[in-house]
Design a protein around this ligand. Sequence first.
Ligand SMILES: Nc1ncnc2c1ncn2[C@@H]1O[C@H](COP(=O)(O)OP(=O)(O)OP(=O)(O)O)[C@@H](O)[C@H]1O
Length: 255
Amino acid sequence: MATALEINQVSKTFKNDRGGVHVLDHLDLTVQEGEFVSVIGPSGCGKSTLLKLIAGLDSDFHGQIAVGDHEVHGPSIDRGFIFQEHRLFPWLTVEKNIAGNLSLRDPEVRSKVNHLIALVNLGGFEKAYPRQLSGGMSQRVAIARALLRNPKVLLLDEPFGALDAFTRAHLQEALHDIWEKNKTTMVLVTHDIDESVYLSSKVVVMDAKPGRIKAVVPIDLPYPRTRSSKAFQEFRTVILEHLDHKPSEPDDFSI
Ligand SMILES: Nc1ncnc2c1ncn2[C@@H]1O[C@H](COP(=O)(O)OP(=O)(O)OP(=O)(O)O)[C@@H](O)[C@H]1O
């Protein structure tokens, strides 16, 4: 299997008046083509920062990030990005939001957009406007839009964080379906352990201050996964333990 994403000794410090905040510390991670990787960790550990570095939205960091054979120095169509909020253009229909600046009169674009609308299960809503869609439907349009240019890697920053539990579970299924059909490599930032176990081929658990990779947990459960199964719950516990575990305190010899 070829490597889709290689993160090599990546560190990031945000400069401030007091010198800086050291957010990411020497991260190494390899993601193979077609993998679904989730990144989970405490608030502020640098998950979104890492995703932005991969996206090329911030190139002020140490180390190297490569997507396929190309080192990342800025944004490129080989990486799609999905934010927590869908960021659709309210004045454009679903199909025009997906096509972006490409013309739907081009038969190739039309056929790709039609394919994506079917993939995200929004047939019949081509001419609808974002205000006529639910939050979950809007996020599915955002996913279709991000897939239009066949990115090598799709980066998702808590895409379901603002949705209710029912819609969230439904969209997790939809995302899994899209991943299986489209074979796009995905990197998902989430706070939700169940979401990470349900979707991922491996879960990266991060530590905070500074952000480091604490564990990489391969989830070798067959799909579709059943949240209530014993094996699922065992993976859940493993991740929870990694998240909960604090480095041991030095022994206290005081009386
Ligand atoms: N542009 C910035 N300038 C200065 N500090 C920043 C900037 N962006 C993020 N930070 C700091 O970097 C740290 C990591 O932030 P980041 O948003 O990556 O964390 P996160 O793990 O995604 O958090 P959450 O789970 O709460 O979304 C935080 O302490 C944050 O305050």
